[in-house]
Structure formats: structure tokens, C-alpha cells
Design a protein around this ligand. Structure first.
Ligand code: SF4
Ligand code: SF4
Length: 317
């Protein structure tokens, strides 16, 4: 098969996923609907509060973010969040990273960037310092770094409260919201709207430069979103703390993909699945029985949709 001539004929999975993502986007960010349609959806608040993964946008703990942010925040609050960690592990065991591919609003925003019709590019797999394999490690380094800061807080809180107060105060922003600088959702749904409000209220652009660190990180995230037009899901691949933590559990999930050794004709003959994968997963280097791309697969099913030989299937169990 000539890959250059190849065109995906059936887009039904992608169309269904797009609709699902848009609906999920507005459910999670239902405050946007209130603004657009001038309605009050406070009745949804109770539902969202009891589902930790859909944390209420009005909950002061959430800052419009999700379960991982609350787990990390719990550590800084002096609590070891065993229940939430258990909920998180069970969700990933049963649904793998379906959330990333089908629900996460930040994933949806990146997919919208990638929907701009440009020739998609790939980060070189190895060689040099900045390659796909080395960049993948960034998100794990971020998570380990934050865990090293916040887990001792939860332990210290149980044995020496005055020291805990002092330690937490010394952590500054990390003590109040440990993932804030690494959370693109924090920037898109909390920081940017707040900044725009300040600019409108003060009628000046001075608020943009009031915090140099936040300004630099904002530029970084804007650049990341722009680059996502050519390199899909850049934030998910290399920065996202949720991706880092969930990829560790993903290998053990009951929901995965498999590739038929009978139907698949391999990279030399085809390799289309790898070309369309937004996470740049080397699908053909993975075992036939099941693959998760070492936890990177977000179950977007683009590879399944594109495979001309119908060699990729969903595997349960
Ligand atoms: S899984 Fe499908 S798309 Fe990928 S190489 Fe095999 S036949 Fe081609
Ligand atoms: S391996 Fe397939 S399902 Fe997983 S991210 Fe890549 S294209 Fe999507």
C-alpha cells in the first residue's frame, strides 16, 4: 500500500469522539453555558461535587481542575488522600486513559489546535538531547519533584503541627496549589479569565506584567498550544501531571488495544497506525496481545479507525 495515497475512508469514530468531547467540555465547564445563555445551572452543582473527577467549577478547592490537583492539594493540606488515590486507581484500571482522549477539556482544546489543516510533524524519536524519548520524561520529573515537596508535608502534619505550618508557608505557591504552574487547565480556565477581568477593570495591560513567573509560564503555554497545531497533544505528551500519574497505572488497566498478528502487514508495507497516532506511539514495536504505548495511549482510536486491514481492536480484560 502506498501510504502517501492513503486516505481514511470512515471517520465515524472521530466524529463520535468530537461530539463526545464537545458535550464533555460544556458539562465540565458548565459555567461557560451560564455566561453564553444567561442561565443558572446551579442545580448541577450537587452532581458535580459527588463525582471527584468532575469537580465542581464553583468549589474553591478545585480551581476548575480535577482529581489529581485535589490529591496533591490534600497532601499540602496535611491529609493523605487514600480514598481519592483509590478512586483514581480504580478509574484508570477500568477505563484506562479514556478520560484523556474523550473527556479532558485540555485534550479537546489541543485537538482543536491539531484540527487546523497543516502537515503534522513528529519529534525525532532519539538522538540529540531534545528527542521524543527524553521529552517524555519531563512530566515524570515534574510529578516526582512535587511529590518530594508535598508528601513530607502530610507526614509532618501528623507529628509536628507548628513545623508543618512553617514548612507549608516556605513552599509558597507550591504549598497552596502544588500543580498550578504545571497545569494548563489552571492557566486556561483560572488564570487567563482572571487576567482578562483585571485588564478590563483597570483598563490597562499592566496586570499582564505583575507576576514575572506567571508571565513567562503563560508565554510558554501559549507557544505550546500554537505548536500543537503541528505536533498534536504536546502538553499531554510531555508536561501533563495527570498523564504522568495515569500512565503508571495504565499498563495494568483492563481496557487496552490489541493488534492482530494475522491481519497486520507491518511497518514496511503499511505503518499507517503510527502515522496517525497523535501521541507518536511506536505501535508496531508494542506486543500484539495488548498495547498502551507504555501508558501514553489515550484510547482516541485513531489508529483503529485508520488501519486499512482492521488489525487493531479494543481489548477488555
Ligand atoms: S496495525 Fe493496521 S495500520 Fe498499523 S501497520 Fe498494521 S495493518 Fe497497517
Ligand atoms: S495508539 Fe491509537 S488509540 Fe492510542 S493514542 Fe495512538 S492513535 Fe490513539
Amino acid at each position: 500500500m502506498n501510504i502517501k495515497d492513503f486516505k481514511i475512508k470512515n471517520h465515524s469514530i472521530t466524529i463520535f469522539r468530537r461530539i463526545f468531547q464537545i458535550i464533555a467540555f460544556f458539562i465540565i465547564n458548565y459555567l461557560i453555558l451560564e455566561i453564553i445563555f444567561a442561565i443558572n445551572l446551579i442545580g448541577l452543582e450537587g452532581l458535580l461535587k459527588v463525582l471527584p473527577i468532575l469537580n465542581s467549577a464553583r468549589n474553591p478547592l478545585s480551581n476548575s481542575t480535577g482529581i489529581i490537583e485535589i490529591i496533591f492539594y490534600s497532601f499540602t493540606a496535611g491529609i493523605i488522600p487514600i480514598f481519592l488515590i483509590g478512586v483514581f486507581i480504580i478509574i484508570i484500571l477500568f477505563t484506562n486513559r479514556f478520560f484523556c482522549g474523550w473527556i479532558c477539556p485540555i485534550g479537546t482544546i489541543q485537538d482543536a489546535c491539531a484540527a487546523v489543516p497543516t502537515k503534522k510533524r513528529t519529534v525525532k524519536i532519539s538522538g540529540g538531547i531534545l528527542n521524543h524519548k527524553s521529552l517524555l520524561k519531563i512530566k515524570y520529573i515534574i510529578v516526582v519533584f512535587i511529590l518530594l515537596l508535598v508528601v513530607p508535608l502530610a507526614i509532618i502534619a501528623t507529628i509536628n503541627w507548628p513545623f508543618y505550618i512553617e514548612y507549608r508557608a516556605n513552599l509558597g505557591d507550591f504549598g497552596d496549589n502544588p500543580l498550578s504552574y504545571f497545569s494548563l487547565s489552571e492557566f486556561i480556565f483560572v488564570f487567563f479569565p482572571d487576567l482578562i477581568r483585571q485588564i478590563i477593570e483597570t483598563r490597562s495591560i499592566a496586570p499582564i506584567f505583575s507576576n514575572l513567573i506567571v508571565f513567562i509560564i503563560s508565554i510558554f503555554y501559549i507557544a505550546l498550544l500554537v505548536l500543537s497545531v503541528w505536533y498534536p497533544r504536546l502538553y499531554c505528551r510531555y508536561i501533563c501531571p495527570f498523564a504522568a500519574v495515569s500512565s503508571v497505572v495504565s499498563e495494568y488497566s483492563f481496557l487496552k488495544l490489541s493488534r492482530s498478528p494475522v491481519k497486520c502487514v507491518g511497518r514496511a508495507e503499511c505503518g499507517i497506525c503510527e502515522k496517525v497516532c497523535p501521541k507518536q506511539i511506536r505501535i508496531l514495536d508494542e506486543p500484539f496481545e495488548f498495547f498502551t504505548g507504555k501508558g501514553e495511549c489515550n484510547l482516541c482510536l485513531k489508529c483503529k479507525e485508520a488501519c486499512p486491514y482492521k488489525a487493531i481492536d479494543i481489548k477488555i480484560g
